[in-house]
Design a protein around this ligand. Structure first.
Ligand code: SF4
Length: 295
């Protein structure tokens, strides 16, 4: 494996640049080795097999984004299902038949979800953003990310994140998500409108988990993000000082290594987890919900 590539250019006497953070980048540091493989080692190591559950998630996200590009009259729930079929890929599935069955299941999720949305929001108002890049900064971080959807309700912004994993999501998941809190802060800054509410819209069950942040709870999540960034910067500096990157960016093995793109390159991860096939994260057809999170 080649060495660590620095993320920031520094010049003597100049202040340190802000650390460029996205929610997924910060989350990747849950395992420092995975972070290093994803963001620092260049050329990037080859990823493992494609995952069918990621294929499902991608098709649902694309369909729900493209749906808003049509006129209000065209935006029917059935159009959502059509868009899932139009943008379907086959990566990671065991067979063409399995892929087709999941395509229809995902199309059904989206159609039912859009029916529910018509009841929740009968005006079908345009969101303030769809797949919208939002950004903000602190003394340490330059934060950016792409929100699935940003609504405006009662004069405030609401961050909506679509989920397609097996786990049923709760309001506690919405409350505890650093990513959602960062999206709220960045949405408020970019669109110049107050944003406190964050929502997880779970397509397989049609449920919505929600949390209304306070200034204090947003500050707590921002503090967690900054602390992670400080740890990442510290590790990068330690390696730049000559330390062994394999030791500094140590593995954090556990059962979830089954789903890591770099498991093949990681003896510790292999020892801690079961090898999975590309379609093992799919669960069971017809809406059965189990407890493996993805996306
Ligand atoms: S397999 Fe596990 S320990 Fe290894 S890099 Fe991936 S997440 Fe980290």
């Amino acid at each position: 494996m080649t060495g660590v590539a620095g993320e920031q250019l520094e010049f003597a006497g100049l202040p340190r640049p802000l650390f460029p953070a996205t929610p997924s980048k910060l989350a990747a540091f849950d395992c420092p080795r995975r972070y290093r493989f994803t963001y620092l080692v260049r050329p990037a190591p080859p990823k493992g097999q494609p995952w069918a559950h990621n294929t499902v998630g991608a098709a649902v996200h694309v369909a729900l984004a493209r749906w808003w590009q049509h006129s209000a009259a065209q935006r029917t729930p059935e159009l959502g299902a059509t868009l899932v079929r139009r943008h379907w890929q086959h990566d990671g599935f065991a067979s063409a038949a399995q892929s087709a069955a999941w395509r229809e299941q995902a199309a059904g999720w989206v159609e039912r979800y859009l029916q529910d949305e018509q009841i929740r929001r009968p005006g079908n108002e345009e969101p303030r953003g769809v797949e919208r890049t939002v950004a903000t900064r602190t003394e340490t971080l330059s934060i950016s990310g792409r929100a699935d959807r940003i609504d405006e309700r009662d004069g405030e912004l609401v961050v909506v994140d679509y989920k397609t994993g097996r786990s049923v999501l709760t309001d506690d998941d919405a409350r505890g998500s650093i990513a959602l809190a960062l999206y709220a802060l960045a949405s408020e800054r970019t669109l110049r409108q107050r944003c406190r509410t964050v929502e997880l819209h779970h397509l397989p069950t049609g449920t919505v988990a929600s949390y209304e942040h306070t200034e204090a709870s947003l500050a707590r999540q921002l503090n967690r993000a900054e602390q992670t960034a400080i740890d990442i910067i510290g590790a990068i500096d330690t390696v730049a000082g000559g330390a062994d990157p394999d030791e500094v960016f140590a593995p954090a093995p556990g059962p979830s290594c089954s789903w890591c793109d770099f498991r093949k390159l990681c003896p510790e991860g292999q020892a801690a987890s079961t090898r999975r096939e590309g379609w093992d994260g799919l669960g069971v057809l017809a809406g059965d919900v189990q407890d493996v999170e993805q996306d």
